[in-house]
Design a binder for this molecule. Structure first.
Ligand SMILES: C[S@@+](CC[C@H](N)C(=O)[O-])C[C@H]1O[C@@H](n2cnc3c(N)ncnc32)[C@H](O)[C@@H]1O
Length: 195
């Protein structure tokens, strides 16, 4: 079993699950979860964002992924770390299996964002412009955000930070750049949005 280290904790990473990288860490460091928050971690992978939320004092964390192995991984890390937050896992294509009316104080998404001809590797392939899942997420997340809540998501320069800004403007969603970092072949950006 692979391991990743984050904020003095050891995360288990199961076979077939995205191993936390620079993008995961940048996003986790940018997210502001307050004690008692209800948090949705979209595309949970190893569960790093869900664990981060629980360590910050979230009372309830939903870990969502299309990959059932990722849900098993998030649950395993919650158990290993004896986290107190209530964990809800959902196998879902983005928000499809999240019941209408569920509202979260914080929504986090580290999407598959690399430009790709098709979708072969669900963890990284984002379609031709790398925006297939990001754009769908941008259209939907506000319906699941609690009043005063924030959504954080990651993207890089290859799939168009400007395009994201334009799209959020068109959707009437306020936003800011919460973090950015240049890594080997790309520049990573974390957006924070609020309604
Ligand atoms: C880049 S990984 C991020 C994993 C983890 N959140 C992190 O920060 O390290 C993207 C995750 O999104 C999941 N995913 C891909 N398409 C999805 C979809 N349509 N709905 C929900 N999750 C999806 C993948 O299975 C993968 O676990």
């Amino acid at each position: 079993m692979r391991k990743a280290f984050f904020k003095d904790v050891e995360l288990a990473v199961l076979e077939g699950v995205y191993e936390p990288r620079e993008d995961s860490y940048l996003l986790a460091e940018a997210v502001d979860v307050k004690p008692g928050n209800r948090v949705l971690d979209m595309g949970t992978g190893s569960g790093i964002q869900a664990v981060n939320a629980a360590l910050a004092g979230a009372r309830e964390v939903w870990a969502v992924d299309v990959n059932p192995k990722a849900l098993e991984n998030a649950r395993l890390n919650f158990e290993r770390l004896k986290l107190k937050a209530k964990l809800v896992v959902r196998e879902s294509e983005l928000f499809e299996e999240i019941p209408e009316g569920e509202r979260f104080d914080v929504i986090v998404f580290n999407p598959p964002y690399l430009p790709s001809e098709g979708i072969e590797d669900l963890a990284v392939d984002g379609g031709v412009e790398g925006r297939q899942f990001l754009d769908e997420f941008l259209e939907q997340f506000k319906f699941f955000l609690a009043p005063g809540g924030s959504a954080y998501f990651l993207q890089n320069d290859l799939n168009g930070a400007e395009k994201t800004g334009e799209m959020l403007g068109r959707l009437g969603i306020r936003h800011e750049m919460a973090a950015h970092k240049k890594v080997s072949f790309e520049e990573l950006f974390v957006f924070r949005c609020w309604a």
